[in-house]
Design a protein around this ligand. Structure first.
Ligand SMILES: O=P(O)(O)OC[C@H]1O[C@](O)(COP(=O)(O)O)[C@@H](O)[C@@H]1O
Length: 315
């Protein structure tokens, strides 16, 4: 791609975040997700590309507004992944970590993944390739501590607060590391672990399609990612085969999920989160907190944007 599309897709994540923030806390998680999806689609539709939408986890959900198969008005063919509102239950409840995300990359650069669970481990560039998903959390935490020159007791591990993580949480406690529990929004937990802002490692089970977006963030910002898809039965394995996955023990790394340096990512906070602040409404507009990054340069920017609704007729 011959330009930094991060600058363009961030406008779409901003509009999705502003739209969702307007109805934050009203309790309707389907409506807030649909409104965010409509908003991100409308703004991405103005992009001068022909973006093939990939890894939409809600593509076949009957209540959820579909994203078009292709988005944009241009000729340059790209992959486009949009998570208009991660942690939509949190957004509907007015809780933390709701965020809008978009990734754009050269056509074929983003691996498509089935709607299955994926166990993930994510660290930032200061730690790098010392973790091994087949090792226990204790071994990985200690390896990361050594890489950072920190005591294990001063390491912070971000984990989704889900019953399935009980054993993981107990093991982390036993090895002496600190825990940062988040209710929803694993991507923001991973971004925070990549930059080392609020945690040092992210470990846990979430969805596989999110893994591609997290890998894109690692590709753009540095760090290390490993993910393993969790299969319960033959139907799951058949679903994976539709995406060309035939090795069911495969460890997915950055290069398996993102196959090009021509990739850019953007995100905007809806509610306050691990990595970004939520939308703050002002008397005549709103302030959004976003980030954009691209793999070619590894430059990442955090942006505070002031929106003036008198000049934004849509609001
Ligand atoms: O805990 P669950 O329901 O298995 O889902 C895990 C997923 O939920 C999330 O926390 C939020 O998911 P949504 O974006 O669908 O709201 C994701 O970050 C994570 O992958």
């Amino acid at each position: 791609m011959n330009k930094n599309y991060g600058m363009e897709i961030v406008r779409a994540t901003e509009i999705a975040a502003l739209t969702a923030a307007r109805i934050q806390g009203l309790g309707n998680h389907i409506d807030i997700l649909n409104q965010a999806r409509e908003a991100i689609t409308k703004t991405l539709s103005r992009l001068n590309v022909c973006g093939h939408v990939v890894n939409d986890r809600f593509a076949t959900s009957p209540d959820i507004r579909p994203l078009p198969e292709t988005i944009g008005v241009g000729e340059q063919v790209t992959d486009l992944m949009a998570i208009a509102l991660e942690a939509h239950h949190s957004a509907a409840d007015g809780k933390n970590n709701a965020t809008a995300y978009a990734v754009i990359g050269k056509r074929g650069s983003i691996q498509t993944l089935p709607n299955l669970g994926m166990y993930k481990i994510v660290v930032g560039p200061r730690i790098g390739k010392v973790v091994d998903i087949n090792q226990s959390p204790t071994v990985n935490i200690k390896r990361c501590a050594r890489a950072l020159g920190k005591y294990t007791e001063n390491m912070t591990v971000c984990v989704l607060n889900q019953p399935r993580h009980q054993q993981l949480i107990e093991e982390i406690r036993k090895c002496g590391a600190r825990i940062k529990l988040i209710d929803e929004g694993e991507i923001s937990g991973c971004l925070s672990a990549i930059t080392g802002e609020k945690s040092d490692i992210y470990i846990g089970y979430g969805y596989a399609p999110e893994g591609a977006l997290i890998a894109a963030a690692v590709g753009c910002m540095g760090g290390y990612f490993e993910g393993k898809i969790f299969y319960e039965n033959d139907r799951d394995r058949a679903a994976a085969e539709c995406h060309g996955i035939t090795d069911f023990d495969k460890i997915f790394r950055l290069e398996d999920l993102i196959r090009s340096h021509e990739i850019a990512i953007a995100a905007t906070g809806v509610t306050d989160g691990e990595f970004l602040e939520g939308v703050r409404f002002t008397p005549n507009g709103a302030i959004t907190s976003s980030f954009i990054a691209r793999a070619e340069t590894h430059t990442y920017r955090k942006l505070e944007t002031r929106h003036f609704f008198d000049y934004k007729p849509v609001f």
